[in-house]
Design a protein. Structure first.
Length: 186
């Protein structure tokens, strides 16, 4: 059986000058700087439209092209930035799962107490107030499980998807071209 290769998707970005790609508030050298918020959002939003196992080619078209080819600098900057974002997303995922485990332990303990309390009250079915309290304990116990179930069923996978997208953007093949219409190398 042949291994299927992930598709390579091309994302093109047009800027006036190289400095527009980077956050002007960040004093670090270019290859360690944060990307400009608009550039980051643009790349991320395009990348999220493709399957999670996609590979990317990023073409940066610059109106005022520097004399020296900035491709290695931009490629390293994009790689460093999205590797950092991937690390942050991985940390967020670990934190979310830790909150989920803690919530699960608390929720299960509370549910157990509610079930025991409801079981003790179930013998007094003739008293309306005690029946109401019994049902309230059952409902309250199950509601306590809401947050851990939400985390483990729904909340973790969008964070994981972003982490994979960031990782894939960090491994993107980056080319910087003058904006005069020249095409990228294959």
């Amino acid at each position: 059986m042949r291994k299927r290769h992930s598709p390579i998707h091309q994302i093109e970005l047009h800027i006036g000058q190289l400095a527009e790609l980077f956050n002007s508030m960040d004093p670090s050298p270019f290859h360690h700087r944060d990307l400009d918020r608009d550039a980051e959002e643009f790349l991320e939003s395009w990348a999220l439209e493709f399957p999670r196992d996609s590979h990317f080619r990023i073409l940066v078209h610059i109106d005022n092209m520097p004399e020296q080819d900035p491709t290695p600098l931009v490629a390293q900057a994009v790689s460093n930035y999205f590797a950092y974002k991937s690390t942050l997303a991985k940390r967020d995922l670990r934190g979310l799962l830790m909150v989920g485990r803690t919530s699960l332990v608390i929720g299960l303990g509370f549910l157990a107490l509610c079930l025991v309390g409801a079981d003790l009250l179930s013998t007094a079915q003739s008293n309306t107030f005690l029946r109401l309290l019994n049902q309230s304990l059952l409902i309250g116990g199950w509601v306590a499980m809401w947050r851990p179930l939400q985390i483990f069923l729904y909340d973790w996978w969008p964070v994981e998807r972003k982490r994979r997208i960031y990782r894939n953007l960090g491994h993107a093949n980056v080319h910087v071209l003058p904006a005069n219409g020249l095409r990228a190398p294959p």
